[in-house]
Design a protein around this ligand. Structure first.
Ligand code: GLU
Ligand code: MG
Length: 437
């Protein structure tokens, strides 16, 4: 069959969907600069492709402009069309960033972290997903037999990620039936979120070439095991030196890391509206689910709101560089750029106000007395999307940091998504998300 190479110029929208348009690859020289046209109304698309009420209606023009550094072309050498896309952001026609662009927001927050505090952010998102077409067996968890049955997929995925410029790290036959996990190496700045966006698409693309369907939906069915997105973060100085660890201080956090993560910790009950923004995300954010349900900071607890990760204590390891803090209350329905920007905004609040941590709380938040939690400044997260969105809309730190247009856009999209999804029977609602992500 005849054909020519297309390149998809896209961005991750507020529903965490990779959307854009394709042009012939021969046009790249001009499209690299000019991008493709995009109406503001498209920023109001929900996870399910419906446009929420949008102030611009049919009016207005924007551009999706690619980042030349994030072009992915993978020939799977199986006779299928090569996977060819470029990740970018939304611009006005004059080339300035659009006020509703989540990637531009994240860049602005990272720039302020550098300007005001001389700090860079390092990190990586970990992703769990389900291959709905994998025939799960009993005792599949972490089992080499499970991996062996998907060896072709695992090999292709690792290779495809490497070609895409995202360093593969670990492939895991995960705990739940047909669930897998793929992690990638540490990046800095905006690349932390870009890598997550690219990894999701490369995973979907590889699964499709292997006759599979991969879904990153937060939960497959009511009461089911979650597909988490866990974000590992650490701070570095301008010259790249690790700045998160101080073995002499509580929880091993340096003074600036304590301030940064205390800002994040306090924002968590509002932040989850952005990190876990679907109508089913709150099925996962419950105690006993190995996700997170409370705004505590703890060491080595996989249900902590912020988990201070363990250090290898071998004499030949470099603890300061490896030391990081993990946020587990996220899922792949969120835009990684919005997640990154909002976390930095909350961390900046902690740095600006030199916030002190109430200390780590290693107890079980789910069974602790309310007064104990209140004394430790720990809150239960909102239990559904509408309450999370209300909490976000009332949060002084995040509402001050997010451009008002972007915040209003997000709330409109998510409230519309909730109205549609909550009208469905639970089974149908979960199935719809499994197809959408
Ligand atoms: N599946 C869990 C989640 O929803 C995480 C399990 C793990 O620790 O990897 O976040
Ligand atoms: Mg996992």
């Amino acid at each position: 069959m005849i054909g020519e190479d297309l390149i998809f110029i896209g961005h991750v929208d507020l529903a965490g969907q990779f959307r854009g348009k394709s042009v012939p690859a021969t046009e790249w020289n001009t499209r690299e600069r000019d991008g493709v046209g995009w109406p503001p109304a498209n920023a109001y698309l929900t996870a399910f492709g419906e446009i929420a009420p949008c102030p611009e209606g049919s009016r207005g023009d924007l551009l999706v402009v690619p980042d030349s550094g994030r072009v992915v072309r993978i020939d799977f050498e199986d006779g299928s069309a090569p996977e060819h896309f470029a990740l970018g952001g939304l611009q006005n026609l004059d080339g300035t960033p659009w006020i509703g662009c989540a990637r531009a927001f994240a860049r602005a927050m990272l720039a302020r972290l550098e300007r005001d505090h001389g700090l860079h952010l390092a990190g990586a998102f970990e992703h769990e997903f389900v291959l709905t077409t994998h025939a799960a067996t009993a005792n599949g968890a972490f089992n080499l037999q499970t991996q062996r049955r998907e060896a072709g997929f695992a090999r292709a995925l690792v290779r495809a990620l490497r070609i895409a410029g995202v360093a593969p790290d670990t492939f895991i036959p995960e705990y739940a039936p047909a669930q897998f996990e793929i992690t990638n190496g540490v990046a800095t700045g905006i690349a932390i979120a870009d890598d997550a966006a690219i990894l999701r698409e490369v995973t979907r693309a590889t699964a499709a070439r292997c006759g599979h369907h991969a879904t990153f939906t937060p939960v497959m069915r009511p009461g089911g095991i979650g597909n988490g997105v866990h974000l590992h973060l650490s701070l570095r100085t301008r010259d790249g030196a690790p700045a998160t660890h101080d073995p002499a201080r509580p929880a091993g956090l340096s003074v600036i890391a304590e301030r940064f993560f205390e800002g994040v910790r306090r924002a968590l009950p509002a932040l989850v509206a952005l990190t876990a923004g679907s109508a089913i995300s709150y099925e996962r954010l419950q105690p006993g689910r190995w996700s997170a349900a409370f705004s505590n900071l703890a060491t080595q607890d996989r249900e902590a709101g912020l988990r201070v990760c363990p250090l290898r204590t071998r004499p030949d390891s470099d603890p300061a560089r490896a030391f990081n803090v993990e946020l587990r209350a996220a899922d792949a329905t969120a835009s990684p750029h919005l997640v990154l920007g909002a976390i930095v905004a909350a961390g900046l609040d902690g740095l600006d106000r030199a916030l002190a941590s109430p200390g780590r709380f290693d107890g079980d938040c789910a069974t602790a007395a309310p007064q104990t939690l209140a004394r430790a400044g720990i809150e239960r997260f909102p239990v559904d999307l509408p309450s999370a969105l209300d909490r976000l809309a009332a949060d002084p730190v995040l509402t001050a940091a997010l451009p008002p247009y972007l915040l209003a856009n997000y709330l409109a999209v998510k409230r519309h998504e909730w109205a549609g999804a909550s009208a469905l029977e639970p089974e149908a609602r979960f199935a719809r998300y499994a197809l959408a992500y």
